[in-house]
Design a protein around this ligand. Sequence first.
Ligand SMILES: CC(C)(COP(=O)(O)OP(=O)(O)OC[C@H]1O[C@@H](n2cnc3c(N)ncnc32)[C@H](O)[C@@H]1OP(=O)(O)O)[C@@H](O)C(=O)NCCC(=O)NCCS
Length: 204
Amino acid sequence: MPARPDGAGDYDVPVLTDGTVVLRRLEERDVPQLARNCADPAAAEFTTVPLGYTESDARWYVEHFVPEAWRAGREYNWAAADAATDRLYGTVGFNALRGTTADVGLNFGPHARGTGAAEAACRLLLDHGFEQLGLTYAYWVAKVPNWASRKLAWKLGFRSPVRIDGFMEQRGASVDAWILTLGADDPRAPRTPWDGPPPPGAAR
Ligand SMILES: CC(C)(COP(=O)(O)OP(=O)(O)OC[C@H]1O[C@@H](n2cnc3c(N)ncnc32)[C@H](O)[C@@H]1OP(=O)(O)O)[C@@H](O)C(=O)NCCC(=O)NCCS
């Protein structure tokens, strides 16, 4: 099945859960937390969210951008929430669906980082992409030096990190990017020992 089926026009967002994290449709109730997540300095530094992000930006994203991109088969974005409380952790999805490949995109709020929620959400997303959407490869594009992102990709089994200078567009600027690849049949675990820096503040 192609990742972007002909005639895709519905905004039917499958619910994906492992019992701790749930991926579901973004709703109006997510707007305040989504706005806080996107106004966070790490989101501004490493993602393409507009600067000075407001609830009005979040409402437009929830009500227009995500449904329209989904219906057009361009991007599939989910809310990632606590399965017990439904509190929004962040967003995760497949951007730039093309052929049988797509890029993973994600942004989690500071309250969700370091909890394992982002890793769990990505595992649900990747299982769905490879098993239900028929993806053959997923790509991970991170602005250099987004080590938190690169380490998460490493944990998920993404391989072959390459750096391409100027590859990523961020608010009109071309910035340097790491690109990693995960194939449908690849193990979803680190392939090599971690060769990046230790966690910030870790004893050496
Ligand atoms: C990327 C993101 C989803 C990762 O979420 P997470 O896995 O919960 O993040 P963590 O804070 O636990 O960081 C992941 C790992 O990187 C490590 N790390 C973070 N910053 C680091 C740095 N500057 N140097 C070295 N290691 C770093 C953490 O210690 C952690 O390692 P550990 O699991 O061994 O403890 C989250 O940080 C985020 O949403 N950031 C803002 C938006 C963003 O960058 N999105 C990704 C765009 S590609």
